[in-house]
Design a protein around this ligand. Structure first.
Ligand SMILES: [Mg+2]
Length: 371
């Protein structure tokens, strides 16, 4: 009896770990099309403003793009209004995202209003939507992380659980320019922006196949359920072309392109990925059986994914993945359908994000110190 149980238990443990990893970075929301990227890059607004500027009431205005499924919008809006008043800013423009507009349209409206910073208040999907509209502009993005993954925030070492500080950092933080990735699922198709990781194959299939009722009831356990059904699948034959010249043919379960690689729990899926190095880190995952999945996990958990037996990471500026069959595609956790083609490219320093100043970090640490 015990002989029969052991492999079964091992199966659930492995499935759980694989999917927990995926959950860590694929909790995103909807997608949106990217507008033509205009580069009007200049230094940001309001950085290191001194008290004389603060006294200049109403000089600056922020917009808050809020995902209403993640928070009580009225509460957040009144907190933001109070902080803006205290900091000498005009009352913020508050726009809620909708199922039709996950934040990109809202951001375009806010840009038209001429605001000084646009704050994405939501999960990775909202951040991605706001970033899509802001990439290539000089208007900085603030982030109030309200999702489960909050992966861009983690990779930028932002404050995750202090909404008021997140708002202050959005107003008076330091501007940091980061790269974004673009993705196309057809040569002449729409260009999408992503800030964290886009993938084709197993990772996206799990996202697409996760039952949304189960997700709302069980949270990340729903991904375990979908992941365990997908884990033992057939690898797909793909051609991967790096920077228009280096070509690899492989049988894979997933190909992932990352702008940054830190997941929840400090796990580094792409240990060498840097958010502003002008490069994408492309991970090819090709385990042939359950035992080799264990090798993949071990290499990821051991932060040596580039040397793992069944994974392979390469830096590039552009990558094209072609498969004879239609595979699931996800952008920062948003399933966007199936395609036999995925092209990704990096846009270096295309997005300005507000991050804490040294002084703000000191204050946050001081506040957290028990008195
Ligand atoms: Mg990079």
């Amino acid at each position: 009896m015990t002989v029969a149980l052991d492999p079964l238990m091992m199966w659930f443990v492995i499935a759980g770990i694989v999917v927990a990893l995926l959950v860590a970075f694929f909790l995103g929301r909807r997608t949106g099309a990217l507008r033509a990227l205009k580069r009007v890059r200049q230094s940001g607004h309001g950085t290191n403003a001194d008290s004389s500027e603060i006294e200049n009431s109403g000089r600056y205005r922020a917009a808050l793009v809020v995902n209403p499924t993640k928070t009580d919008v009225r509460n957040l809006a009144s907190t933001a209004e109070a902080i803006c008043r205290f900091e000498g800013w005009s009352p913020p423009l508050v726009i809620e995202t909708t199922p039709e507009d996950s934040g990109e349209g809202a951001t375009v409206r806010a840009l038209d209003e001429g605001v000084d910073v646009i704050i994405a208040a939501g999960g990775d999907g909202t951040v991605r939507a706001v970033a899509s509209a802001l990439a290539g502009t000089s208007t900085p993005m603030g982030i109030v992380p309200l999702g489960t993954g909050n992966l861009l925030s983690r990779n930028l070492d932002l404050i995750l659980d202090k909404t008021e500080w997140a708002l202050r950092i959005a107003l008076w933080g330091r501007n940091r320019d980061i790269d974004v990735g673009t993705a196309k699922t057809a040569e002449d198709g729409d260009t999408h922006v992503f800030t964290v990781i886009t993938g084709l194959g197993f990772d996206a299939a799990v996202m697409a196949d996760t039952n949304s009722d189960l997700k709302s009831r069980l949270g990340w356990l729903a991904y375990v359920e979908a992941g365990s059904r997908k884990l033992v699948g057939r690898p797909s034959h793909v051609k991967v072309t790096f920077d228009d010249d280096h070509r690899v043919s492989a049988r894979v379960r997933s190909v992932l392109g990352g702008n940054c690689g830190k997941l929840q729990g400090g796990i580094q899926l792409l240990p060498q990925a840097v958010v502003d190095d002008g490069m994408l880190d492309v991970l090819i995952v090709s385990p042939k059986n359950l035992g080799q999945w264990v090798g993949v996990l071990a290499s990821v958990l051991g932060r040596k994914a580039s040397k793992g037996l069944h994974t392979n990471i390469r830096k590039c500026q552009k990558v094209v993945i072609e498969s004879g069959e239609e595979l699931d595609v996800q952008l920062d956790g948003d399933p966007i359908g199936q395609s036999g083609y995925l092209a990704m490219e990096v846009l270096p320093s295309a997005l300005t994000v507000r991050v804490p100043t040294v002084e703000q970090r000191k204050q946050i640490r001081a506040e957290a110190w028990p008195v």
